[in-house]
Design a protein around this ligand. Structure first.
Ligand SMILES: Nc1nc2c(ncn2[C@@H]2O[C@H](COP(=O)(O)OP(=O)(O)OP(=O)(O)O)[C@@H](O)[C@H]2O)c(=O)[nH]1
Ligand SMILES: [Mg+2]
Length: 516
């Protein structure tokens, strides 16, 4: 039995019910796969952090979890897929391709050890269970970099993200566990990490990733991007930025958003390194003291030191070189400068307050809130779509036409139910946000609002509104979109308008049904 209370919403519940109902009617292998789909439906949203090698994926993973647990920079683990999920005790498991699992101790620094002491060619992936609260709402998957010369790690990433696809067309019965595992293993959403200058092959990689995350048209519904290492941008190279690094990063992020638009909802600037240091306890009061000491240097000396990292570490100064190096590893030059500015503005600032200044400067809050808005609010639709893809893939792989038909019919029935309408709405939203269907700006915003919010009052843009008012508004908008669908709209607009009309109609119906 599922723990239905943990399902993301009504559509996920319907898909879980479908799986449970069909279980006795399908082969043992398909049934095992369905059980896995149900289990996954009850688990937090699976978000893969993906991108080019050394773009700062693991650093960002650590920042999001609030603990320096994913190895960065060196070590064989950067070549493995690691799933960070919530657990009641901290625990690392190496999962081998054979399915065998081996528990591993944490490294001396509390993270996943850089070297595992096993043959990584035989490793499927790593499961890390952590008690960190951030993981209760979302499982974070760290992936090896794309564009890596190491073909094996690229294929591990592709396997993870492209799993559902892989099973399709596989008529060979193969290994039972493998089939079910692969059919449901794909990530449900992607946080794509880019750095300055998105390249054409990045866009290709992103297309491959998003196509693999769900059966449906993937795109802005389940993918967002960050422009990481914003601190390393030279503001003078960006027109209109003046001398402001964050402004330069924002301008660049907007440009990249236009480039990546059909694929991601948004590109947000972020400084993963500073976010990681501030969130994971790496930034200590000793660091604050060092910065305080540096802030007393005269302006000219400090300006010179902050020109480049080698000047910063080699310049004659009372702070030992090793201490300066460690500070750079945690904050880089931009973070050091920002911290010193904050100390000069308020010499009595506490280490805790300084940490918050750095956290604010990192842009992590923006990323978190987008993750909540874009992913969490749509989790029901995203998870259900991924689950339906898995169910279809499992039925397809069964090789039994009758079984395939039975599953297909059940899915058809499910798709006709009112709660399945959100899948159409998510598709419409994808088309509009991606610019595939041209909409006047105010209407595009309305589609976005209706499609991105989980609560009715937020969908209607009337937070806290009275039920009667909400119902009247929903009915009015339903009527408006119906006539827009019929008059004065292009065929593409008209298709979207029909979906929006129905969404409002269903909202209205729901408000009426719940009338006390
Ligand atoms: N200046 C700066 N450096 C960063 C930032 N984020 C990460 N780095 C550094 O970039 C290097 C690579 O970071 P990782 O997090 O290991 O990158 P990755 O994408 O996980 O790398 P692979 O897993 O090997 O592909 C490390 O030295 C980080 O400290 C950032 O925002 N600013
Ligand atoms: Mg990494």
């Amino acid at each position: 039995m599922t723990d239905q209370g943990r399902l993301a919403g009504p559509l996920s519940r319907s898909v879980a019910n479908l799986c449970q109902r069909l279980q006795p009617q399908v082969s043992a292998r398909t049934a095992a796969g369905f059980a896995e789909v149900v289990r996954r439906l009850g688990a937090p949203l699976q978000v893969a952090v993906a991108g080019r090698i050394k773009s700062g994926k693991s650093t960002l993973v650590n920042a999001l979890i609030g603990r320096r647990v994913a190895p960065t920079d060196v070590g064989e683990c950067t070549r493995l897929v690691t799933r960070f999920q919530y657990g009641t005790v901290d625990r690392i498991e190496v999962v081998f391709k054979t399915g065998r699992k081996q528990v591993l101790p944490f490294g001396p620094d509390g993270g996943i050890p850089a070297e595992l002491g096993v043959d990584i060619a035989e490793v499927s992936h790593i499961e890390a269970y952590l008690t960190n609260a951030a993981l209760q709402g979302m499982t974070v998957i760290d992936t090896p970099g794309l564009g890596s010369l190491d073909a094996a790690s690229v294929s591990r990433t592709e396997e993870l993200l492209g799993a559902a696809k892989q099973v399709e067309g596989t008529e060979d019965p193969g290994d039972l566990d493998d089939t079910s595992r692969n059919a449901v293993a794909g990530a449900e959403a992607v946080l794509y990490v880019v750095t300055q200058g998105v390249r054409a092959d990045d866009q290709q990689a992103l297309a491959a990733f998003t196509a693999a995350t769900a059966s449906r048209e993937a795109g802005p519904v389940n993918a967002i991007a960050v422009l990481n290492k914003a601190d390393t941008i030279a503001p003078e190279s960006v027109q209109g930025a003046g001398n402001d690094i964050w402004k330069a990063a924002t301008i660049l992020a907007e440009k990249q958003a236009a480039l990546l638009k059909p694929r991601v909802a948004d590109v947000l600037p972020v400084i993963g390194l500073i976010a990681e240091s501030a969130e994971s306890g790496q930034f200590t009061s000793a660091d604050a003291e060092t910065l305080r000491q540096l802030s007393t240097l005269d302006e000219a000396t400090l300006d010179t030191m902050l020109i480049a990292t080698d000047i910063f570490t080699s310049w004659e100064c009372d702070v030992p070189t090793g201490t300066r190096l460690r500070l750079l590893e945690k904050l880089d030059l931009y973070g050091v400068r920002r911290a010193i500015e904050a100390i000069r503005a308020d010499p009595r600032i506490t280490a805790g307050a300084l940490r918050r200044v750095l956290l604010d400067a990192s842009g992590l809050a923006g990323v978190r809130s987008r993750l909540t808005v874009v992913f969490a609010a749509r989790a029901d639709g995203i998870k259900a779509a991924a689950a339906l893809a898995s169910v279809t893939a499992l039925a397809h792989a069964s090789g039994d036409p009758a079984e395939r038909q039975r599953v297909h019919d059940a899915i058809e029935v499910l798709l006709a139910r009112p709660e399945a309408h959100q899948l159409r709405l998510l598709e419409a939203l994808t088309l509009v946000v991606a610019g595939a269907v041209d909409m006047p700006e105010d209407l595009a915003e309305e589609v976005l609002r209706v499609g991105s919010n989980a609560e009715i009052d937020a969908q209607l843009g009337m937070a806290g509104g009275a039920r009667a008012e909400l119902a009247a508004h929903a009915l009015e908008r339903a009527g408006w979109w119906r006539s827009f669908a019929s008059f004065g709209a292009t065929p593409a607009q008209s298709r979207v308008a029909h979906v929006v009309h129905r969404a409002y109609f269903l909202i209205w119906q729901q408000l009426r049904e719940n009338r006390g």
